[in-house]
Write a protein that binds this ligand. Sequence first.
Ligand SMILES: Nc1ncnc2c1ncn2[C@@H]1O[C@H](COP(=O)(O)OP(=O)(O)OP(=O)(O)O)[C@@H](O)[C@H]1O
Ligand SMILES: [Mg+2]
Length: 336
Amino acid sequence: MISVTNLVKEYRTASRDVRALDGVTLTVPAGEIHGIIGHSGAGKSTLVRCLAGLDRPTSGDITINDANLTTATAKDLRSARRRIGLVFQHANLFDARTVLDNVAYPQEIAGVKKSERRARAAELLELVGLGDATQVYPSQLSGGMRQRVGIARALAVNPDVLLFDEPTSALDPRTTDEILDLITHLRRPDLAMIVITHEMHVIKRICDSVSLLERGQIVESGSLTDVVSTLSGKLSQQLLGISAHESVPGTLVDVLSRGSDAARPVIAHTSAAVGAELAIIAGSVEHLAGTTFSHLRLAVPEGTDAAEVIRILKSQGADACLTSELQGADAQEAAA
Ligand SMILES: Nc1ncnc2c1ncn2[C@@H]1O[C@H](COP(=O)(O)OP(=O)(O)OP(=O)(O)O)[C@@H](O)[C@H]1O
Ligand SMILES: [Mg+2]
């Protein structure tokens, strides 16, 4: 388990001070894949660097299982760092070493016997699907294969925590999905994984839980199903967002149903109850973390009470609100 409490990181530069992390609190239990999503400059890499022990936070605590990284001495920090595996956007491999020797490197540093570390490296390369490429040099590999080597290397120390900083941002969509499937495949009950990304696709495909990082602060956090279920939430709008569209006559209402409710004729029932035809003008149906979510936008004709429509939708277990209530900066951002 990894636990972060009130983490602050300030950078002092000649021209200005930057508060890159501004009170981040976060817990990721072992066995879970947690996604951290945010725009450029939100503080994602700073968070990874602090978690990986590469950067000292200004204040706050980071605990991995029972070891407090922030109060550790330099020597203890070095050993704590061995419990953390780190995968970068570009695999950052040693070009002069074979794939096998790249993966064996962390154990070499740790003083593990050559035969032992090579056997472990071969095993890990098998795990990531590169069992027959052990003697190849990184320059001969595709981006996806290099990333597999980077993942095998991160696993060499048998970490308690695996951190990924934008692991698929440099890959094409198909290779991205292959790497995401590999990350899911690495799931173990004793391993906590954190995936930093700016792509919602990554969150949708592999994460159990998610945090939204904005200007150094976590503004929303929770299990994927919980954050998506709140229609007005930023993550819900980004994960199930409906694009902006031409204006249509009538009042627009957004409705969100989940699980078995998503399969029920909620709209038909509401149409019948108010005695008016409700047109579905936009929609998005997603299967996330094993649950189906249906987000629809309805046009309520003039002369029909939209508040009554919302009340009836909610009485059937759906979340509903006027679309105009969602049309803030966030909805615009989600639609972009
Ligand atoms: N070494 C540094 N010195 C000064 N400022 C820094 C330093 N590293 C990061 N920053 C600043 O901290 C803020 C957060 O940067 P960070 O790299 O963590 O963002 P990010 O979310 O990873 O962005 P990106 O998606 O572009 O990688 C930015 O304003 C950045 O300019
Ligand atoms: Mg970054």
